[in-house]
Write a protein that binds this ligand. Structure first.
Ligand code: ADP
Length: 319
């Protein structure tokens, strides 16, 4: 293996840059030529390869987003698109590829691996919805962003004695909402994995008021459905003033936390090590603070489970 490439794909997440930096520097340290591919699979199809050097990744460890840009590439869903990508990789004499992204990105990676392109995946998504790894790059930063927002909203909620419903990102999963709810001391946590009757939420609010609580923070994962309807229902059932806050894209950006930078650095270096040792079709994961690698096939066919203990703890502590 003499020449490898790295790309970021799907939704961006804070820490992707730290992962790119680690991939680039580990490759150079091992005397391997390293290329960055712009805009994920779209850049592969269109041959957007850039030679990277040590300086290309200087001053990026602290930046959110991805310097290589990312995309959702329709063409890569077709055999024709995939063949074009493989042809470009071969024309540029790329011997192996590191892809940083979520499960869609990994499905794409398997298509390349099927066509004899050695590929290693790194889980980069704020949602943490990837099996075979405790953490994905960006999750910790986003949880911290949400907790920061909860802190700020809580000041207003307490002053005005109101109920705040806060919508949190996470696509179909509730990992961000649960972690931020536990860390932020939310009164109720609504996630798609664990259905809760809206009457129970209102009972919680009323019980809180009886014991002197001046506000309630209800965290709702976007995967639950229309958050406006939920807020309205709570207002109707409780007769109390409810305000809605949709945090939106602020959750995707920002400087990555130290934990995300460390995770990204470890995973980036490990991905290159795996490629150089002849591995392919694997994702780097972290289980119990230890780096491991798993078949991407296994990763994308498994559903990551919510930690029920974490959920029950959050519920118990919000009485
Ligand atoms: P994420 O990687 O964050 O889950 P997406 O689901 O949008 O984001 O996937 C990123 C890109 O990966 C898609 O735009 C597409 O180009 C590629 N991709 C996703 N699923 C497949 C698939 N089944 N086959 C080939 N490419 C895919």
């Amino acid at each position: 293996m003499k020449r490898i490439a790295v790309l970021t794909s799907g939704g961006d997440s804070p820490g992707m840059n730290a992962a790119i930096r680690a991939v680039v520097r580990t490759a150079i340290y091992n005397n391997i030529d390293i290329y960055g591919v712009k805009r994920g699979y779209s850049g592969l199809i269109h041959g957007e390869f850039i030679k990277m050097n040590l300086g290309s990744v200087a001053d990026i460890i602290q930046r959110g987003g991805t310097i290589l840009h990312t995309s959702r590439c329709q063409e890569f869903y077709t055999d024709e698109g995939r063949e074009k990508a493989v042809a470009k990789l071969r024309a540029n004499r790329i011997d192996g590829l590191v892809v940083i992204g979520g499960d869609g990105t990994f499905r794409g990676a398997l298509e390349l691996e099927k066509r004899q392109i050695p590929v290693i995946g790194i889980p980069g998504t704020i949602d943490n919805d990837i099996a075979c790894t405790d953490l994905t790059i960006g999750f910790d930063t986003t949880v911290n962003t949400v907790v920061d927002a909860i802190n700020k909203i809580r000041d207003t909620a307490t002053s005005l004695e109101r109920i705040f419903v806060i919508e949190v990102m996470g696509r179909d999963s509730g990992f961000i909402t649960l972690a931020a709810g536990l860390a932020g001391g939310a009164e109720s946590i609504l996630i798609p994995e664990i259905p809760v009757d809206i009457n129970t939420v209102v009972d919680n609010i009323e019980r809180g008021i009886k014991r002197g609580k001046r506000h309630s923070i209800i965290l709702v994962a976007e995967g639950i459905g229309d958050v406006r309807t939920i807020a309205q229902k709570i207002t109707e059932l409780s007769g109390l003033d409810t305000r809605l806050s949709i945090l939106g894209y602020i959750q995707r950006g920002g400087t990555p936390t130290a934990s995300d930078r460390i995770l990204a650095s470890q995973m980036g270096a490990e991905a290159v090590r795996l490629l150089l040792s002849g591995s392919s079709g694997k994702m780097v994961g972290i289980i119990g603070n230890k780096l491991e690698s798993f078949d991407i096939e296994l990763v994308i066919t498994q559903n990551k489970q919510i930690d029920n203990n974490e959920y029950n703890l959050a519920r118990m502590l919000s009485i």
